[in-house]
Ligand binder design. Structure first.
Ligand SMILES: [Fe+2]
Ligand SMILES: [Fe+2]
Length: 201
């Protein structure tokens, strides 16, 4: 596997774990756990800072740009779908942030909004990752040359340099790991996601 694509795929694995954790959190809230604004804010921080800011940022600013230069259309086809799904994901994470930022205990309509966002966001991003792993990234490996992929990896390093220097990158990974330990992804669901990712390969 070429390193630049491997970097993106490794980020997918962490994002999948965080999605599994959010899914478990939603199950626990449905079972009666009172949601805490701080926890909701931690999920929002990880998905906004890492999944969107770092990972989708690398895709949109680097990978997708190279594919656009190679003639992939912006308004139709796989790139259009990927951009659109990034936008849908931002709306769900924005809803989580909105809940996290309000004061006081979480009210019933907010619990419903939290669960609705989690229920929509988790499968959306899982399916998105699946499409990239199985369709978009293999296409990129087909059309981009070795030197182009190497240059892309350098651009990734430049992209995340600021986040690494100020500690944001490590802090977001540590945040995800804490959430994953506290609200453990369901191993049966995670195995099903992994099986989906590998079937047909
Ligand atoms: Fe993406
Ligand atoms: Fe991705």
């Amino acid at each position: 596997m070429q390193i630049a694509i491997e970097v993106l795929m490794n980020e997918h694995r962490l994002i999948e774990q965080a999605l599994g954790s959010l899914e478990t959190y939603a199950v626990e809230v449905r079972a009666g756990l009172a949601p805490a604004r701080q926890i909701v804010g931690e999920y929002a921080s990880f998905f906004r800072g890492f999944a969107d800011g770092c990972h989708h940022g690398k895709e949109e600013d680097v990978l997708f740009q190279r594919l656009l230069e190679r003639g992939f259309p912006r308004q139709s086809g796989p790139l259009a779908v990927m951009y659109h799904e990034h936008e849908l994901g931002r709306a769900h994470v924005g809803a989580l942030s909105g809940i996290a930022e309000r004061p006081g205990s979480v009210q019933t309509p907010e619990v419903e909004a939290l669960l609705a966002s989690a229920d929509a966001f988790v499968p959306l991003l899982r399916q998105h990752i699946l499409k990239e792993d199985r369709i978009l990234y293999p296409m990129a490996l087909d059309v981009l040359s070795g030197p182009e992929l190497d240059a892309m990896n350098t651009q990734f390093e430049e992209f995340e340099a600021t986040m690494r220097v100020d500690g944001t990158y490590d802090a977001l990974q540590a945040l995800a790991e804490r959430l994953i330990v506290r609200f453990r992804p369901d191993p049966v669901r995670m195995a099903a996601v992994s099986q989906m990712a590998h079937c047909g390969r």
